[in-house]
Design a protein around this ligand. Structure first.
Ligand code: AR6
Length: 170
């Protein structure tokens, strides 16, 4: 599985699946969650999320992408940052792992991730980027996912990813 990065709006990407930084109630919200609901079609996505009802931190669920270019939305719930000694890193790593597992289950070959937990949930972006890259690098075994794309919404995060992925980017 190749790990890439790009800067931009995840809702516009022509990939098989995009990951949403959701909340446990799958109730929609601000940030990337709000942008995904707007672009996918708020009513359809809200109904699909309500039918699932709940997602634990570190876990993930999948819905269709509705009006998005992406066929699937994988909703994962990141940890709320509480200083770093409440298993935040393990929970965040689990978000990336479970998302790749679900992408594999639906047969996606390309998956794009936002910087989970680094907005409203307050996870320090540098530490979150390190967890993201490490969790994706540890994906092993057969998977349908050929490309995972770490999507940065700002230059700071983009530079973090670029620095950490130097070797892969060549
Ligand atoms: N494309 C890519 N990245 C984006 C986009 C976008 N369109 N919009 C924002 N980001 P956040 P969290 C980046 O707050 O911290 C919601 O209300 C943003 O710059 O969206 O996991 C949910 O419902 C940041 O780097 O997610 C939850 O309640 C990253 O996405 C809660 O926020 C994540 O920021 C989840 O908080």
């Amino acid at each position: 599985m190749r790990i890439e990065t790009l800067k931009g709006d995840i809702t516009c990407l022509e990939v098989d699946a995009i990951v949403n930084a959701a909340n446990q109630a799958l109730a929609g919200g601000g940030g990337v969650d709000g942008a995904i609901h707007s672009a996918a079609g708020a009513r359809e996505l809200h109904e699909a999320c309500a039918a699932i009802g709940h997602c634990d931190p570190g876990d993930a669920v999948v819905t269709p992408g509705f009006n998005l270019p992406a066929r699937w939305i994988i909703h994962t719930v990141g940890p709320v940052w509480k200083g770093g000694d409440r298993s935040e890193a393990a929970t965040l790593a689990s978000c990336y792992r479970r998302s790749i597992q679900l992408a594999d289950e639906v047969g996606a070959s390309s998956v794009a991730f936002p910087a989970i937990s680094t907005g409203v949930y307050g996870y320090p972006p540098d530490q979150a980027a390190a967890v993201a890259v490490s969790a994706l690098r540890q994906v092993s075994g057969a998977t349908s996912v050929e490309r995972s794309i770490l999507v940065a919404f700002d230059d700071f995060t983009f530079n973090l990813y670029k620095g950490m992925l130097g070797q892969e980017l060549q």
